[in-house]
Design a protein around this ligand. Sequence first.
Ligand code: TYM
Length: 335
Amino acid sequence: MARVFSGVQPTGNLHLGNYLGAIRNFARLQDGNECLYCVVDMHAITVWQDPPELQNNIREVTAAFLASGIDPQAHIIFNQSRVPQHAEIAWIFNCVARMGWLNRMTQFKEKAGKHRENASVGLYVYPNLMAADILTYKATHVPVGEDQKQHLELARDIAQKFNNDFGQEFFPIVEPLILDSAARVMSLRDGSNKMSKSDASDYSRLNLNDDADTIALKIRKARTDPAPVPDGSPDGGDRSTRPEAFNLLEIYGALADQPVSQVQKEFGGQQFSEFKKALVELAVEKLGPIGAEMQRLSSDPSYIDGVLSDGAMRARAIAQPIRDEVYEIVGFLRD
Ligand code: TYM
């Protein structure tokens, strides 16, 4: 039995990429593992968040976890700021990680953009907090989308350096669980950009709380090219020449739990307008119930708040003794 940890930022606009790349896999890993799934509110504030909206978004991510089938009794669902051990261990990791390592993080460069001098210090040390999230529980397995791979490599480097510096095999080495299919869902408007919460165009993504009409409209408007659906032959092109076409095939495959080759067998050579009809039907069938359940749950915030509070209590019980050992290893005096 492995201990699984993963997190999702409560920054609004939860989308199909978050679901297929991460949350659906969270649910699938429940059998035979001990799972902790965290709404990472402390990560969210590395860029500005409106306080009342942040509260709503924390509840929305929790609702998405529950609606996707995560069992909050058998496993732990909580929000990060309620478990202070994350921040305590993150400070130690700020002193373990090297500036050079953080300077290589592509996500900081993307998010800070041209305004690097004006980015928060929190955004810069974000990956150290992420390493702390995982290692506060000595979790070994971390399901994420492809875009988190570099951060997880850093978590491994931090664990290794801590172990070397203090001469003990204390932290485990983290295994990223990046499933091949849908690890990188791309924007519906531009196949060279990943589907993202922060894209200005809502047409770039399918949100988990979109209703059936909105899902249909967004898929109908999704960008493709004039050629028919690729059929697997060399004439059908590949991901590099037809990124939008292959993105839709991959989305279909992930939703249907089929390899892309199977989708190509079924739809190859057809017009995209026909394929899109099938994709709308499938997306509504799979996402509709999740959106409806999220809606139902959001009408009862006290249930969600109870799940988070109970989860945090159980998370603290695991985190506290590990934090105590870390403090001892580092040489702090404590009660
Ligand atoms: P976040 O909130 O940006 O995204 C949550 C999860 O969704 C995945 N994801 C995608 N997968 C496929 N295609 C996409 N277009 C797509 N967009 C997002 C992400 O890879 C992620 O798994 N830093 C993390 C949160 C975090 C965390 C952690 C994760 C904080 N601490 C500890 C694991 C372990 C993040 O910003 O995810």
